[in-house]
Design a protein around this ligand. Structure first.
Ligand code: PMT
Length: 405
């Protein structure tokens, strides 16, 4: 193995999916990582520590008070050495502890003590997963910048069908490789990316506007992924409550016209533009400076077209990589291919917003990527962070090909 041995702490909690953690240990060790497994008491009811010891070639940690070396405190030492901590499978119980700062075993104390990034891969019964207590705890973990690896859907060990299967070991191992490759080489250093996110608001009067359901999650995840790979990122964002991603310049706009101005003015200087914003296609023809008073009858608001920002970029494009999004409900691929051609895009990311877990406001997205070369790749349901990482990697490949011509 030639890679520097990054240290990964794999925390296994007590669910049937603990057996998949053995496969994950094996994959990570084969990829050259220094894997240290920590197990909760219940995890040891499913798989023995010896299995993980044999696969990782490292001692397995099961007890906070097991201190074989008197010169250091074992769990603090582990927490300090970690480059990445993964909890897989993460039960409802361990998720609850992490979200609330409870530290009562080797897994929870070590995670509380680490400064390394923490990834959590939930696995449990679908009803437990959907329980508001668990969902609130997951939301709290997101706010704490913990990366969640989305569970899959299907037949669960408990016999229920639904969401709750641990993400596959190959998917987790692939995400780990991407994480370290992006962080190490910063392949996009020196590249300028512009990302748009969120909705636009089209004013009617001082209290009313037309808008849509976009939260900004997809666009903010893209900005974060590009910045993590070293790009200089400008995020032109419509109204969104999300915190600005670290290391990204945020330009706030409200209307489609303002977004047009901010994006078009910056376009010539960019290497890549990704337009995840849901821009209004129409705005009121007339706006009122005072509140429009209701009368007895109907109120007809006449609408006019906004400018299509992406089409304008497509017309001005030199050698930038230009990526569009399409939110569709029917005939998804056909509509997307038309937009790709009309707007002169390199590829278009299509989300079928009629699908559960896809499109507006969700933390996940299931997308099909249609390229100008005519290829269409359907990706599985992934977290928006993972979709963003893959899109940015695809842009990187195109920039690399362009440079080598
Ligand atoms: O923000 P989230 O809650 O995470 O939701 C994510 C999302 C669903 C908003 C995102 O994944 C998405 O699909 N964004 C594009 C939605 C959209 O407006 O699609 P569209 O088919 O109407 O537009 C196609 C493309 O043209 C988009 O890239 C859009 O940014 C662009 N466009 C559209 C109209 C316009 N006047 N100017 C534009 O540039």
């Amino acid at each position: 193995m030639t890679r520097k041995k990054e240290t990964i702490l794999l925390c296994v909690s007590g669910g049937i999916a603990a057996f998949k953690a053995a496969a994950l240990t094996s994959k990570l060790a084969q990829q050259g990582f220094d894997v240290h497994v920590l197990m909760t008491e219940n995890a040891q009811r499913f798989v023995t520590p010896l299995t993980f010891q044999a696969l990782s070639r490292n001692a397995v940690h099961t007890d906070t008070f097991d201190e074989p070396d008197s010169t250091s405190i074992a769990h603090i030492d582990l927490a300090d050495r970690a480059d990445l901590v993964i909890v897989a499978p993460a039960t409802a119980n361990v998720i609850g502890k992490l979200a609330n700062g409870i530290a009562d075993d080797v897994v929870s104390t070590t995670i509380l003590a680490t400064k390394a990034p923490v990834w959590v891969a939930p696995a449990m019964n679908v009803n437990m997963y959907n329980h508001p207590a668990v969902q609130n705890n997951l939301e709290q973990l997101r706010r704490m910048n913990v990366k969640l690896l989305e569970p899959g859907e299907g037949l669960l060990a408990c016999g229920w069908i639904g969401k709750g299967r641990l993400a596959e070991p190959e998917v987790i191992a692939d995400a780990v490789l991407r994480h370290f490759e992006a962080g190490k080489d910063q392949p996009l250093r020196g590249q300028k990316f512009l990302v748009t996110a969120g909705p636009t608001q089209e004013k009617i009067d001082p209290v009313r506007y037309f808008s849509n359901h976009s939260s900004g999650k997809m666009g903010y995840a893209l900005a974060k992924a590009a910045a993590a790979r070293g790009a200089e990122v400008t995020l032109v964002s419509g109204p969104s409550e999300l915190p600005p991603p670290a290391g990204v310049k945020v330009v706030r706009v409200t209307s489609a016209a303002e977004m047009y101005e901010q994006v078009v003015e910056r376009f010539a200087a960019q290497d890549a533009v990704i337009k995840a914003a849901a821009v209004a296609d129409y705005r009121p023809k007339r706006t009122f400076s005072e509140k429009f008073k209701k009368g007895g009858g109907e109120w007809v608001v006449e609408m006019e077209r906004t400018q299509d920002i992406l089409a304008e970029l497509g017309a001005r494009k030199k050698d930038q990589v230009l990526v569009g999004f399409a939110a569709e409900t029917n005939d998804v691929q056909r509509h997307a291919s038309e937009k790709l051609r009309k707007k002169n895009l390199d590829f278009i990311v299509v989300n079928d917003i009629s699908q559960q877990g896809s499109g507006f406001r969700t933390d996940t997205n299931q997308v099909t990527v249609v390229s100008r070369e005519g290829e269409a790749a359907q990706w599985p349901l992934l977290s928006k962070d993972e979709v963003a990482e893959r899109i940015v990697d695809e842009v990187y490949e195109r920039l690399k090909r362009r440079r080598s011509k």
